[in-house]
Design a protein around this ligand. Sequence first.
Ligand code: GN1
Ligand code: MG
Length: 367
Amino acid sequence: MTLAEIAGQFQTSGPIVRIPEHGSGHINDSYRLVNGSVCQPDYLLQRVNHYVFKDVPLLMRNMELVTRHIRSVLMEQDTTDYERKSLEIIPTVSGDSFFNDPDGNFWRVINYIPEHLVFERASDPSLAYEGALQFGGFTRMLDGLSPEGLGDTIPNFHNMRYRLDNLAVAIREDRAGRVRLVPDELAYVREVADLMCTIQDLGDKGTIPRRVTHNDTKISNVLFDLDRKGLCVIDLDTVMPGYVHYDFGDGIRTFTNTGEEDDEDLGNISMNLDMYREFARGFLEATRDILQPAEADSLVYAGLLFPFIMAVRFLTDYLAGDVYYKIKHPDHNLIRARAQFHLAQDGQARLEDCKKIIRDLLPRATK
Ligand code: GN1
Ligand code: MG
């Protein structure tokens, strides 16, 4: 089927005149459905990667629950422009949330939010604050939705022990013959593995509560308006039960990094504490009064965990022969892994400063 035929399966209004590719995700393919009628909206058509997301119907059910809940919260708050501030699933002509094509691909259409900006890197602290308000607001709005109603779109997605086990399998199998190329990286993993399981262990013991979490709170998953104010959180594929640390942590990983996620020059990479402070300030402004003391007290470890877990995942994919992430060149996953390990190390070096930043932002009772 052509893209135009697939787009025709959905309840869009107005003639779709162009379908250019859209965005920079590592997993799904996205296209903008450009409306020929100026008074009708554009849409976003996405093919959901069913190699990564094994249960797309479950994923779409989660997405329906979450988008509906967020819209109802925004409407209660009397937000006039809730359409620009939330995602909406556009149903197929038969009323389903996705379309299954004859080749077995899964497609969905969502609203396209016009006049937005996307950033791959935070260029000033106000972006970190604005982005954090969005992700913190997401946590806050979903505080009223029970995580037990959602399924795991990717089981154990941010379970550090599971990711370490997967790395161990990739090392044992050595499918791409690359294990000999990464002795330093593997030594670092062994050295810090226990520290990086801090959040997982608190969760396993029941010390921190499960919540509905986004699980991909990178800066490029916030839309900003043309005045660089946060508008909306996007990319809800990995919304599932988790810990607040997952969302705080991936935000810290991407908003504070002075380099690129895949920077070859490790000298460019560090954790910028001004960004850290502003991200933490925005996130805690939105979540301060819903967080439990045990969550607040352990939040700082999330900033280490996320660069590290991403590095472990990139490294595992490198050793397995690049089967998961889209890559631009053969060493891409290795370069990503090295960059993220470097950021984790920098976070370790700044841990005491980060603790102080968070302590100063919390109300006295949880200090
Ligand atoms: C993937 O597809 P994208 O870019 O939204 C990944 C995230 C990683 C991210 C790294 C389902 O997200 O976990 O943080 O790449 N998503 C999945 O940039 O694995
Ligand atoms: Mg994503």
